[in-house]
Write a protein that binds this ligand. Structure first.
Ligand SMILES: [Zn+2]
Length: 177
């Protein structure tokens, strides 16, 4: 049975990078599309049918602990990474924001092991970083770039469980099936 990957809102079709929440069946995927819970972002031919191979949720899930489709996974958003890191650059320690006083302090999310080299979009591979540090680090590990991580990223999992989401989310994923 083909599995369909379900990404959080914010999936980038150009790079294929997104927050993978879980996988589901083609049947459930069609259900999610029909209820406008998710949009297809990748399609393939299966026999004479066009079926989705990846979906993107139509609204962002954040700060939730997801247990769906028999797979353990943590739902998170880039915003949640910034919140975990208190909107502080992991490399220079300056405050970052979405509306920074200068361009260099724009909040970005850095893949410690670059995604181009297989680094996951996971709690433990992502840190809040200012645009300046992120650009300087580029496609390198902190060691290669000679940059020091000021704090070890961690998985907030249970402590991050948000009331309401914890119960609402599996329903959304199962699609009421
Ligand atoms: Zn910085």
């Amino acid at each position: 049975m083909a599995q369909v990957r379900v990404f959080n809102l914010g999936y980038d079709p150009e790079t294929g990078i997104g927050e993978l929440l879980h996988t589901t069946t083609v049947r459930h995927a069609f259900g999610m599309i029909r209820r406008e819970v998710a949009d297809p972002v990748e399609l393939t031919m299966l026999g004479d049918r066009i079926v989705p191979t990846a979906l993107e949720l139509t609204r962002e899930l954040s700060g939730a602990w997801v247990e769906g489709a028999g797979q353990r996974s943590v739902g998170f958003s880039y915003r949640a990474v910034h919140e975990r890191d208190h909107w502080t650059c992991a490399y220079c320690g300056r405050s970052v924001s979405k509306t920074p006083s200068c361009e260099g302090l724009l909040a970005t999310v850095d893949h410690i092991l670059p995604s181009s080299r297989g680094g996951a979009s996971s709690w433990t591979n992502l840190v809040s970083a200012c645009k300046e540090c992120n650009n300087r680090k580029a496609d390198r590990t902190p060691e290669e770039a000679g940059m020091l991580l000021r704090a070890e990223p961690y998985d907030p999992a249970h402590s991050f469980r948000v009331a309401g989401y914890a119960q609402g989310l599996p329903l959304l994923i199962r699609g009421g099936a």
